[in-house]
Each structure stands twice: as structure tokens, then as C-alpha cells.
Design a protein around this ligand. Structure first.
Ligand code: ADP
Ligand code: MG
Length: 724
């Protein structure tokens, strides 16, 4: 009888390379065709209505409800023309995914069918969303959560449905999603950054964040995926022996893209282009069957929305190709995991990138000011920032001897680092504008960086010429949850920067020396966060500990940072999250951690009992029969003819016992943990006892995989999952 695995392998071999979404003509001819951006809206509504949307998009002005019906009508016309039959508010709940509830346009009155879409339906929806995580913010019996249109993100049509990007809030107005705090953090950062930018240019009125989000992912054949319950239910393999060959030859990175993959890439790129997502790069990543794509950076909100859409599109397009996209951070042990590098920069409404050194001393002083604020922010809240990327799935990767390390640090590159050293060592006497040293430093900056190719891939937070690259974020995460933390901590430092400069100016200091003095103060205060060496090395681990930088080694323990006064104050001072909302997030993070680990623990138990042990017993019986037969033929001296079989039998029997015993114990530790009422305490026990026991189960299962007849092994192996 063929095993499920063999059937899956045969099926996988029959999957062909094809294009399904090829479009005629150049990309520019269909780019953005499925999005209704502000410009296009002009065609579908009156001047008045159009101006109202424009004001709302540009300045966040509240939409006048009296115009909502007309705006909705215009949007409906466009959407129906695009073939849409349904509409949905699309929001980003605290689960790192998106949520949607489709409603049909069609309605009937007096026996006549027509398409209906009212202003109220555009502006607000009330999904029966009682089962989204809310951390106690919303009791189920009053399960009212509202999604509200966020006009700063354009509506679009996907799969015959008009999608309306929305925020999700509770009846009492508390944020139940990642978008609300992110939008608020952008405005806090804009205010703070504008006040500092105005020290150099009075004409600055707003500052926005740009994000370029690189997305890593694995591809697995759909039939093989369906034959692995762990991949299907948890996104990662909870057992599986490493393949003899994986990434050791480093032959996958930047290698030729396999043709089946390349067809898939071209197809999802086409679909992404239609939604206005400007994908720019594609390549093979380090691990086998691991790939990456990156769009051109853009405004932070758009970048995050588009990244969420991209993940959906990739998954949908993959179905046609009989592929599954794995966004999990560590789907396979022993090979690199996946991240979502966030390239972050701040730019003024006058078009100046504040993290780019300029051609004049003033521009450079401005650059140094912003850089110093980021440094100080990351130093002060290093543990919080690292924790913003801490999830169960990312923990299998975070600090695991691959990107990123467990401790936060900032890499500046040797040139810039040298400049900071000189600033720190500048004479202690009051830094005046006339100070030769400070002029020299500021003058020596121009044009050093644009071509600075100094890179350090082991740093979780690296300066790359005109932006910072935050590399700890996980591939399955919604970037917003890390981005709003980053925006907030930088906003706080910028506010303090401005206050210190003002105080010095009040005391009679001239502006440039006041600025230079605060730059120097911030850099000196934050010097411990700067690290230029190998972030994965043991020496750095020791050194970092000596510097008092805390490592994120245990995720639920790291979540305690949300209980620290410094964190709670940060968010409430900036008006981004109230203490209640912070507490809700703390609970949701712990709850999600427990639930996901519980699923993994159940899966590993089921797979061992239903797949691994039965296969092992079958092979055990074959060995027993074989040994019996040899004994029958050779009598007394039989053992010399079957010593290998006997040894294997002993091993198999031992591992079967181990696995079954540890699976029982796993159930016990889980039950015990589940009795702990406090969710964060339960999460901590899960993170130790449950995880430890899962590791023990896995050792036995993986050893059995190596011992049992390949034909009898029921689960697709790593070598089959990882190579096309
Ligand atoms: P690498 O893998 O070498 O870091 P990629 O080309 O894969 O580079 O991705 C770099 C990302 O950084 C792209 O999304 C790019 O648009 C983005 N980026 C470039 N300049 C900026 C900037 N000033 N601000 C934000 N993101 C940027
Ligand atoms: Mg890259």
C-alpha cells in the first residue's frame, strides 16, 4: 500500500510550470488598475464630494456624513465596473492578519434587483466580531466592534470584492487593531520631528515616515504541504530530520530562480501591480526554497497595507500553481528562517530625507540631530523595541544564531561611527559654534554616505546610508506592531531634543552650538547601543550583558516590558495607547502565545501517535520477523547473522518508548499549565515546560525517521519539502 507521502510525492511531480495571470502590454499599462486612488475618484463624484475625500486623505479631516452617500455611490459605480459583486471593510485585528466580512451589493425592492451601497456602509461596518482578540476591552455579551473607513488608504477590488481599508475600534473607542496606534504614532512622530526640523528650516510643516518592507517566504508544493498536518495547522514543521544537504553549500542565495517559482513570482507580481504595489526585487534567499521580494518604499501606512495585501495575493496566486507560501518565521529547523526587514526613514513635506546627510553644514547638523535622536530612542527602549518583534513563531528564529540576535544594537558603519567617537571626545569645554572641532565634524560629513556600502548583516538595526533597517521583524508579522513602537520611541527623543535645545537657547547659547551640545549629549548617553562587530558572536553576548542591554530570550518574560512604567508612560504621553490599551495588548500577546504553542503541542502529540509510532511499529515487526527467521534457520549462532537488525530493533524500541512516554508527559504539563489562571504566568510555563517537552518528543521522532524504511515513512521529509 502506498503511503500518503508517496501519493503526495507523485502528485507533486505532476505539477506543471505555467503562467495564469500573464497580462498583455507593459506593466505601466495595467499598474494600479484595481485601485481607486484619489485622482481616479474625481471621475466618479461631484467636486464637493471629491474635495471632501481629498481633505480627509491629505489632512485627516473628518468626512461630512451628508456627502458620504454620494461618495459611496461613486465608489460603487467604479467597483461594479471592475466586476465587484460584494464589498468588505478590511481591517487588521491584533492577530497579525487581516479580517474581512463580505456583503453583497445586490438588493431587491418591489421585485426589482439593484445594487445598493449607502454612505453608512462605506463609513462604518459592525462585524459580529466578538471572537477577535480584545484583551478584555470588550466583553462578548456586548460584542460591538466597529470598523471605520480610513480614507488615507485607497479602496480596491480584489477577487470580485470591493475592499475598504478600515480601522477597528471597540464601542468605547479603544483600538482593537494595529492600525489605530500606528496612525496615531505617525502623527506623534510628525509633530515631534517637525519641531526639530524647524530648528533648521522654518518652512517644514509635517514629517512623514517611509517604509520599504522586504518580505521573505518559503514555497512548498501543495500536495506535500497537505501531507504534513504540522505545516497545515501551525505553519511550521514540529518534527522532521534535517536534510543531508540544506544550505551548507550556500548555493541557493541569489541562485537561478527555478522555473516553477519564477512563473509564480511573475503571476503574483502581475496581480500586485494591478493593486498599485510597486514590487522591485525578487531573488532566492539563503535557505533552500526560500525567496524574497521587495517593493519600492513608500508612505508607511500604504506600505503596511500593501504588505498585508501582498501576503493575501501571494497565497491566492500560489493556489493556481499548486504551491503554498509559508510566511512562518521558522518553518524548518536547521535552515535559516524568514524575516520582514523594515527600511525606515523620515522625510519632510519639503522633500528632505532627515536621515540623509546633505551638502551643507546645516543639513549635516540636522542629519546628526535626527540620527542622535534615533540612537537615543533605541538605546532607551532597546528591550521594548526588540520585544515588538517577539512572537512565538519569531522566537524560533530570534537570537538563534541567525538574523537577528536577541539583543538590540545599532550599526552605523565605520565612517559614521568614527564621527560619533570624535563628537564624544570633543573638548569638554562648552561646545560653541566657533569650536573648530564641531565645524570640522559637520563639514566632513557631506556626501560620505550615499555610496557607503558598509553593511553588517548581523545587526538587528542598521544604518544603510539614508535609512535604518530594522531586521528583527518576523515574516508573518504585521509590520505596524513594530513600526508604531519605533515611531513612538523616536518621537519621544525628538520632543526631548527640542526641549533641551530650547533651554540652551534661552540660556543664551546660539542655535548651532545648542544643537551640537544636545547631539553630543544624546550620542554620549547612548553609546552603549552602538555596536559594529558580529552580532551573533559569543563575545557580543557577554559584552552586551556587561553594557546592561537585555536580551529577549524568553518571549512571555519579554512581554513584561509592557508593564514597565517607562513603556506605559511613553504611549500615553504621546496619546498613542492608553494604559488600558497597553494592558489589553499585553494580555493578547500572552494569549496568542499560549494558543499557538498549545496547537503546536497538540499537533506534535497527534503526529507521533498517529503517524510516527504506527510506522515505527510496522518496521519493528518486520525486523522481528526477520530476526525470528534467521534464528529458525541458523539456530544457536543466529546472532552473528543479524546483529545489525537486533541493534536497530533495540534503538527503534527505545525511541518508540521515549516518544510515547514524552507525549504523555507533554499532555500532563499542558494540563497543569492550563490550570494557571493568570495568562502571563501560564504563557511563561508554556514557554519553558511545554516547549522543553516538545523538544524531547522531537528528538525521538526525528531519530525514528532516520531508522525506518524510507518507503514506510508517512510524512514528506525535509529533502522533499525543501527542494523543487
Ligand atoms: P537589501 O536586501 O540589500 O537590504 P532590497 O533591495 O532587498 O535591499 O530592499 C531595500 C528596501 O529598502 C526596498 O524596499 C527599498 O525601496 C527600501 N528603501 C530604499 N530607500 C529607502 C528610504 N529612503 N526609506 C525607506 N526605505 C527605503
Ligand atoms: Mg533584502
Amino acid at each position: 500500500m502506498a503511503t500518503f507521502r508517496q501519493r503526495a510525492l507523485d502528485e507533486a511531480a505532476s505539477h506543471q510550470t505555467k503562467r495564469f495571470y500573464a497580462e498583455e502590454g507593459p506593466v505601466s499599462s495595467y499598474f494600479g488598475q484595481n485601485v481607486l486612488d484619489v485622482d481616479k475618484m474625481r471621475e466618479y463624484m461631484s467636486e464637493n464630494a471629491y474635495n471632501a475625500v481629498l481633505a480627509s486623505v491629505k489632512f485627516g479631516a473628518k468626512l461630512d456624513r451628508s456627502l458620504a452617500d454620494e461618495i459611496a455611490d461613486g465608489i460603487k459605480k467604479w467597483a461594479i465596473g471592475m466586476g465587484a459583486t460584494h464589498y468588505t471593510h478590511l481591517f487588521q485585528p491584533l492577530t497579525d492578519s487581516t479580517a474581512e466580512k463580505h456583503e453583497a451589493f445586490v438588493s431587491v425592492k418591489d421585485g426589482i434587483a439593484f445594487e445598493k451601497f449607502k454612505g453608512t456602509a462605506l463609513v462604518q461596518q459592525e462585524p459580529d466580531a466578538s471572537s477577535f482578540p480584545n484583551g478584555g476591552l470588550r466583553n462578548t455579551f456586548e460584542a460591538r466592534g466597529y470598523s471605520a473607513w480610513d480614507p488615507s488608504s485607497p479602496v480596491f477590488v480584489m477577487d470580485g470584492t470591493l475592499c475598504i481599508p478600515s480601522v477597528f475600534v471597540s464601542y468605547t473607542g479603544d483600538a482593537l487593531d494595529t492600525k489605530v496606534p500606528h496612525l496615531k504614532s505617525l502623527s506623534a512622530l510628525s509633530d515631534a520631528a517637525t519641531s526639530v526640523a524647524r530648528l533648521f528650516d522654518e518652512g517644514v510643516n509635517a514629517v512623514k515616515v517611509n517604509l520599504g518592507i522586504e518580505q521573505e517566504y518559503f514555497l512548498v508544493d501543495e500536495s506535500l504541504y497537505n501531507a504534513r498536518p504540522d505545516l497545515m495547522l501551525s505553519g511550521r514543521t514540529v518534527i522532521g530530520h534535517t536534510s543531508a544537504k540544506d544550505q551548507q553549500l550556500e548555493d541557493h542565495y541569489f541562485g537561478a530562480i527555478p522555473s516553477r517559482v519564477s512563473s509564480f513570482m511573475k503571476d503574483f507580481e502581475t496581480e500586485a501591480y494591478k493593486l498599485g504595489i510597486l514590487l522591485q526585487t525578487r531573488h532566492n534567499e539563503v535557505a533552500p526554497n526560500q525567496f524574497e521580494c521587495a517593493p519600492m518604499f513608500c508612505d508607511a501606512t500604504k506600505a503596511i497595507d500593501q504588505n498585508m495585501m501582498l501576503m493575501i495575493i501571494m497565497q491566492k496566486v500560489a493556489e493556481k500553481h499548486h504551491l503554498k507560501v509559508i510566511f512562518h518565521e521558522k518553518p524548518f529547523d536547521g535552515v535559516n528562517g524568514s524575516g520582514k526587514h523594515c527600511n525606515w526613514s523620515v522625510v519632510t513635506d519639503t522633500g528632505v530625507n532627515l536621515l540623509s546627510p546633505g551638502k551643507t553644514p546645516t543639513k549635516n547638523l540636522q542629519f546628526l540631530s535626527f540620527y542622535a535622536c534615533v540612537l537615543r530612542a533605541v538605546y532607551k527602549h532597546n528591550y521594548l523595541l526588540m520585544t515588538s518583534a517577539a512572537t512565538l513563531s519569531n522566537s524560533y528564529r530570534l537570537g538563534g544564531g541567525e538574523a537577528p540576535p536577541a539583543v538590540m544594537s545599532v550599526f552605523s558603519g565605520s565612517t559614521l561611527y568614527g564621527i560619533f567617537e570624535s563628537i564624544m571626545h570633543m573638548g569638554d569645554a562648552k561646545v560653541s559654534a566657533a569650536s573648530q572641532e564641531s565645524i570640522k565634524i559637520v563639514n566632513s560629513l557631506p556626501e560620505i554616505f550615499p555610496d557607503n556600502t558598509d553593511r553588517n548583516r548581523t545587526s538587528p538595526f542598521a544604518f544603510t546610508g539614508n535609512r535604518f533597517e530594522f531586521r528583527a521583524v518576523g515574516s508573518s508579522q504585521n509590520v505596524a506592531s513594530a513600526a508604531y513602537v519605533l515611531n513612538c520611541i523616536v518621537a519621544e527623543s525628538l520632543n526631548e531634543f527640542r526641549a533641551y535645545v530650547d533651554a540652551l537657547e534661552m540660556a543664551g547659547e546660539d542655535r548651532s552650538s545648542a544643537v551640537m551640545a544636545v547631539v553630543r549629549r544624546f550620542i554620549t548617553e547612548s553609546k552603549d547601543i552602538m555596536f559594529e562587530g558580529n552580532g551573533y558572536s559569543k563575545e557580543w553576548e557577554i559584552e552586551a550583558e556587561g553594557r546592561g542591554l537585555r536580551a529577549v530570550r524568553n518571549v512571555p518574560e519579554a512581554y513584561e516590558v509592557y508593564h514597565e512604567k517607562q513603556t506605559v508612560d511613553l504611549f500615553s504621553k504621546l496619546g498613542v495607547l492608553s494604559p488600558t490599551e497597553v494592558e489589553a495588548r499585553f494580555e493578547i500577546l500572552n494569549e496568542t502565545y499560549v494558543k499557538k504553542l498549545q496547537i503546536e503541542a497538540r499537533i506534535i502529540g497527534d503526529m507521533c501517535l498517529n503517524h510516527v509510532i504506527p510506522a515505527a511499529v510496522r518496521y519493528q515487526n518486520i525486523l522481528i520477523e526477520n530476526i525470528k527467521g534467521i534464528k529458525e534457520i541458523f539456530g544457536e549462532g543466529y546472532i552473528q547473522f543479524c546483529s545489525a537488525e537486533v541493534e536497530t530493533l533495540k534503538k527503534i524500541s527505545t525511541y518508540i518508548n521515549n516518544v510515547s512516554e514524552y507525549v504523555d508527559q507533554l499532555v500532563e504539563v499542558r494540563k497543569k499549565a492550563n490550570r494557571i489562571a493568570d495568562i502571563s504566568e501560564r504563557a511563561k510555563v508554556y514557554s519553558k515546560d511545554v516547549k522543553d517537552m516538545m523538544d524531547k518528543v522531537r528528538i525521538g521522532a526525528d531519530n525514528l525517521e532516520m531508522l525506518i524504511d524510507d518507503e514506510m515513512w508517512p510524512l514528506p521529509k525535509y529533502r522533499e519539502l525543501l527542494f523543487f
